[in-house]
Design a protein around this ligand. Structure first.
Ligand code: HEM
Length: 229
């Protein structure tokens, strides 16, 4: 009961946001590294995907874990936003200063967060369910494995699909960058001297993720990777 009250308090909610955000961040780094196998011969990514699919318990464990993280992250975000609005209904007396800045930052987080959520739903329908471009889903390679390589290449040859991915990944980058630097503050790991270096670190780390993710659709749409099927 005491623990439940703690997690409903503003500091408890911030800790939930920080921990779930960190876990989702970790998934994103791992997923980015896995995706970069698209630059290797097709056996690599197909064997990797087949391995993941063969580990059913692990796969479903990760899926359920991710879903719980996303739900908790959004729930805590909604509760914190409501708490902030209730605590400061008319804003500070000095509207040009921190109140406006904080509101703008949290608004940006809400907008980028909602777009990233829409992207993730689209992305799962695209590559996991296969309902966006069904013509490229369910194909098999010579070894009889799901041809993830072909699905990704044929999918990203469509400039609208690639464009949507690149825009979404850039927004994800803003979300991660701001989220990571506020995480340091939420868990008390900051001081005025550390603030700037932490912001730079968050921006640089998120920038690497943006580049590592966006390079896949970009390399395909500009035909840098251009196999014939
Ligand atoms: C733009 C680069 C990206 C590429 C090329 C890519 C590629 C893929 C592929 C091929 C799959 C299906 C794997 C399979 O069928 O075995 C997948 C699943 C998934 N991706 Fe991505 N992805 C990208 C970006 C992202 C981003 C930015 C996120 C979220 C932050 C994300 C989250 C997921 C999730 C949650 C799944 C479902 C995993 C499952 O099957 O349970 N992806 N991705």
């Amino acid at each position: 009961m005491l623990l439940l009250n703690f997690f409903r308090s503003s500091i408890g909610l911030k800790i939930i946001m920080a921990l779930t955000g960190l876990a989702l961040f970790g998934f994103t780094v791992g997923h980015m590294v896995g995706n970069l196998q698209i630059f290797l011969p097709k056996e690599h990514i197909n064997a990797y995907a087949a391995f993941l699919q063969s580990q059913k318990e692990l796969l479903w464990g990760v899926r359920i874990g991710l879903l719980v993280m996303v739900v908790l992250h959004i729930w805590a975000a909604i509760k914190l936003t409501a708490m902030n609005a209730a605590a400061r209904p008319v804003g500070y007396n000095d509207p040009g200063k921190s109140a406006t800045k904080a509101t703008l930052a949290s608004r940006t987080m809400i907008v980028s967060g909602v777009i990233v959520l829409i992207f993730i739903i689209f992305h799962i329908l695209h590559f996991t369910v296969g309902s966006v471009q069904p013509q490229f889903y369910g194909l098999h390679d010579e070894a009889g494995r799901h041809d993830v390589y072909r699905m990704v290449i044929e999918g990203f040859r469509n400039p609208f699909i690639s464009g949507f991915y690149v825009i979404s990944v850039v927004l994800l980058g803003f979300h991660l960058s701001h989220g990571l630097s506020s995480m340091f503050r939420s868990v008390g790991l900051t001081s005025p001297a550390w603030r700037k270096p932490q912001e730079l670190f968050a921006a640089a780390f998120s920038g690497i993720i943006v580049v590592g993710m966006a390079i896949v659709p970009i390399a395909i749409v500009i035909r840098l990777i251009n196999p014939t099927f």
